[in-house]
Structures are given as structure tokens and as C-alpha cells.
Design a protein around this ligand. Structure first.
Ligand SMILES: [Zn+2]
Length: 499
């Protein structure tokens, strides 16, 4: 039995000014052939491979690549990825046929001229394997589900955690489902229900709050046999595309029953729409709280989630540092902050460790603000590579390019050449900073950072700051999404609108 395996993942942000290129994938990871089947990081593709090996299936690798979240892919980048996948699928067919396909997607990847890249990649896979060969995919729950995706796969599984920690288990489950279809032990149907609502990710964790309760309901449905596998998709809120919205997808054994279950959970999600509001603090309020918690032995963790590279922002905002310096916090608190600024990194490295420098920092890529001039000491210079523990694909090597720690009084500012997921304490540790010992630590992440930071923090606050991934959805310049859509509209008959 020959099973084709692969994955293409990126989470796009329509409001980010930076287009995603193929090099952005290569900077994170882009692996093929044996490198794919032997990869050590714990993600869904390793889950696919382990399950297939356990069942003596032959693994036929294509490509597996991922890029840090950013703006939509350029048309060239998307065409290049499609062309590479095309060649590898052809080789898989020529090498002895294909009995099934397992593919990992994010589900919120957008390209210039293509809102539904996953739908298009699935169509490409279908062109090679026909309509009869089973295809099962995995998705991030922040995916934007489309009728095209649901209509062209034999099964799909979303992560069941947010912060996401179950990549590997998701892969195992998807591979188990595919094998059962290939072996003719099951013939699942897919029922989807879209819900015209978007909610901020900051209050969207799955283990508590409004979505925690919804997941419990989903599990109950599975236990009653309404569904084989239920996936919830509270879509990420920074896509300005058509056919947008949250969704519930049920993989079941009976069409009517599965649809009823999808409709039931979709109704419950809609009813919870008011429960996702996020309390945002100003930088002044957050600094005040950090002062009050000083000496507690644990840091206050503050998130500038509006500038989250994990959500596609450029990560180059200096908004928090600027205000902290205006308040004189470098004389009162020990704090850690990070910022993408390649030219500043270069100037600091040329000055060398131990030298005092005046640097212009911030907004080196986006034009959403202006740089500030700061004076500090170059404390550390690094190559920017570190092993991630709390990000997507455990054990992935994070690459922030060359980096520098600039010490401004008590504030350690980590300047990076490239945007990277900042919610993993391994990032600061890689340059000799220990988050657990600071008065405050700033991350740029909506929710994923909680996976590692919750246990070492005293308190966690989301900041009210400007940026492409703001929790304040009314600030975002949506133009193309269908209306009505909650939270911009309310009190409409949503069931009339959804598929
Ligand atoms: Zn996600």
C-alpha cells in the first residue's frame, strides 16, 4: 500500500504589508524525500508517518514546508509551490501508483489572486489521483473552511487544542482514518456548517472559556455516535476574503446525522458570540501592574498581539518600547522586549559586544509608525537559531536571523533580522535572557504563547496597541468579506446565509 504524504502550511494575514515568498518557507522549513519521512520534529506529518509505518504502509514523500505567518503569498510564490507539488505527485504516480494521500494544511493561507489556496492545492492533488483515491487532510482550527475543501476530501481533522499542542496526535488520527478508508473499513461523509462570525483569538483558547464549553459538546456528540470526528473552526480574524467565516465540520458515517450534528454545534457557537470580548490594557496600565507585582518572583507577561508574527504581522513595532521609555521604566523595572529591525541589528553588530550605541529602532518594514532613537549597550550578539519547544512543530529550529540584545537600563531589547514566533521562552533563553527572572516579559502573540508562558507568569495581559493583527476587529480595514458578519453586524438570520 503506497500512501503519499506531504504538507504546505502558512497562515496569512490580509492586512500585513509583507508578501510571503518561497524563501520565507525555506527560512522556516522546506523538506522533501527522506528528510520528510525521517524528520524529528513532532508535528502532523510525523504522526502520518508513524501511523503508516505501524501499519506497514509504504510512505511516499512529496514536500513538507511551512512559513512564518505573514501577508498573502505572492502569485509567483504560490505558482512555485504548486509546480513543485505537481512534479512530486507525478513522480509518486510513476513510482508505482497511489493508494491514498495524507496532506497537512493550515487552512488560512491566501495568495495574490487566490483566496482558497488549500482548495486549489486539493484540486491539484485530485487531478493526479482522480476522484476515487482517498484523501485525508489535517487543518489548523483557525482555517477558513470552504465548500471546495469539504467537497473534495474523504476526511479532515483539525487540531483540538489552542494553544496548539496536538499536531502529532492530529496526524496519527488522520492517518488512522485514511487507512480505514483505504482498507474499506469505513466510508465517511463530511458535513459542514459555516457560521458568519469572526472572533478575536485572544479569548479563543479551547481548554476554557466559550470554546472550552463548545468542545465538551463536540466530544459528547462523538460519544453518542453522531460523529466520528468533529472539528471546530473559529476562523482567524485577519482575512479579508470572500466565503469567510467560522465553521463546524463533522466527519460521520451517516449524512443526515452528521449534518444535524454540525448544525447543532454551529448554533451553539453562534449563541456564544458575545462571550469572546477581550480586555485590552494600555501600556501605561500594564507597566503600573508590573510595578505592583515587582518582587513576586514571577514576571508579568504582556502581549503586543497586534504586532504578532504568529498572526502575520511584521513584528517591527516599537510602540511598547517607546511608551516604556517615555515612562522611564528602564530605571524602575527589568523587562524583555523583542523587535524585528535588520538595519539596527547590523549597526549594533558592527559596533560590537560591550559598546554603547545610539540606534534608530522600529518600523523598519512596515510604515505603521515611526522609528525611535535609543541609547544602549550591545550586550549579546547571536546567530538567531534556537530549538523551539512551544511553537508549531516541536523541536523545529527557529531562525530569527542575526540578533542582538540591546541593554537600555533594566530593559533588554532583543533585535532580530527576521520575524519569528515570539511566544516561546526559548527565544529569549537562546540569547542568555531568562524570562522567569524579569519583572515583565513582552511577547507578540495572541494566544499560542500561553502554552509555555502561563506556567511561568504571574499575570498575563493583552495590550491595546496598533498593528495588523489587532484584537480590535473594528480597527481592521475589511473590504471584501460578505456581510452581514458578526461582530460588524448582529441580529440577522445567520442560518439563511450559511452553507
Ligand atoms: Zn491556529
Amino acid at each position: 500500500m503506497r500512501i503519499v504524504v506531504g504538507g504546505i502550511l502558512q497562515e496569512s494575514n490580509s492586512f500585513s504589508p509583507k508578501k510571503t515568498t518561497v524563501q520565507d518557507f525555506r527560512n522556516y522549513f522546506y523538506i522533501t524525500g527522506e528528510e520528510l519521512t525521517e524528520a524529528a520534529f513532532e508535528n502532523e506529518v510525523k504522526g502520518f508517518c508513524d501511523q503508516l509505518r505501524l501499519n506497514q504502509a509504504e510512505i511516499v514523500p512529496t514536500l513538507f514546508c511551512m512559513a512564518v505567518s505573514s501577508g498573502p503569498l505572492s502569485a509567483t510564490a504560490f505558482n512555485e509551490l504548486k509546480a513543485d507539488l505537481d512534479i512530486r505527485l507525478q513522480a509518486a504516480r510513476d513510482g508505482g501508483g497511489v493508494d491514498g494521500v495524507l496532506f497537512a494544511f493550515h487552512g488560512a493561507m491566501v495568495a495574490e489572486g487566490c483566496d482558497d489556496t488549500e482548495g486549489e492545492l486539493i484540486a491539484l492533488i485530485r487531478r493526479h489521483i482522480g476522484e476515487q483515491t482517498p484523501l485525508v487532510i489535517t487543518l489548523d482550527p483557525h482555517a477558513n473552511m470552504t465548500a471546495r475543501i469539504a467537497g473534495k476530501v474523504n476526511g479532515l481533522v483539525g487540531y483540538k487544542t489552542f494553544p496548539h499542542i496536538d499536531f502529532y496526535e492530529t496526524g496519527l488520527q488522520a492517518a488512522g482514518l485514511l487507512l480505514s478508508i483505504v482498507n474499506k473499513e469505513s466510508e465517511p461523509v463530511i458535513a459542514m456548517r459555516k457560521v458568519p462570525m469572526i472572533v478575536p483569538a485572544e479569548n479563543g483558547q479551547f481548554h476554557s472559556g466559550p470554546l472550552g464549553a463548545l468542545w465538551e459538546e463536540a466530544r459528547r456528540g462523538e460519544q453518542r455516535g453522531e460523529s466520528l470526528i468533529t472539528s471546530l473552526f473559529p476562523v482567524q480574524p485577519w482575512l479579508d476574503i470572500e466565503e469567510y467565516g467560522s465553521a463546524v465540520v463533522v466527519v460521520g458515517s451517516d449524512r443526515e446525522r452528521a449534518q444535524r450534528e454540525a448544525d447543532r454545534l454551529a448554533g451553539l457557537l453562534w449563541e456564544k458570540r458575545y462571550e469572546f470580548g477581550v480586555e485590552l490594557l494600555t501600556v501605561d496600565e500594564a507597566m503600573e501592574l508590573a510595578l505592583r507585582c515587582q518582587g513576586s518572583g514571577k514576571p508579568v507577561v504582556i502581549s503586543d498581539s497586534a504586532d504578532s508574527p504568529g498572526a502575520g504581522s511584521t513584528g517591527d513595532s516599537n510602540f511598547v518600547l517607546r511608551r516604556a521609555l517615555e515612562l522611564g521604566m528602564e530605571h524602575k523595572l527589568s523587562g524583555m522586549l523583542s523587535m524585528v529591525d535588520a538595519p539596527a541589528v547590523d549597526t549594533a553588530i558592527r559596533a560590537g559586544v560591550g559598546s554603547s550605541v545610539t540606534l534608530s529602532v522600529g518600523y523598519s518594514q512596515s510604515s505603521q509608525g515611526t522609528p525611535i532613537e535609543v541609547f544602549g549597550k550591545v550586550r549579546t550578539i547571536g546567530d538567531g537559531e534556537f530549538v523551539m519547544v512551544g511553537a508549531h512543530a516541536k523541536n523545529t529550529v527557529g531562525r530569527m536571523g542575526r540578533c542582538v540584545v540591546l541593554q537600555i537600563g533594566g530593559l533588554s531589547v532583543l533585535l532580530q533580522e527576521r520575524a519569528i514566533f515570539t511566544g516561546d521562552p526559548a527565544m529569549y533563553r537562546s540569547v542568555g535572557l531568562e524570562p522567569a527572572t524579569a519583572d515583565f516579559v513582552m511577547v507578540k502573540s495572541a494566544n499560542q504563547f500561553r502554552a509555555q508562558y502561563e506556567r511561568l507568569s504571574n499575570k498575563i495581559f493583552i495590550l491595546d496597541t496598533p498593528g495588523s493583527s489587532s484584537a480590535n476587529l473594528f480597527d481592521m480595514p475589511f473590504k471584501r468579506i460578505a456581510r452581514p458578519m458578526y461582530p460588524f453586524d448582529d441580529h440577522f438570520d445567520w442560518q439563511q446565509l450559511s452553507l
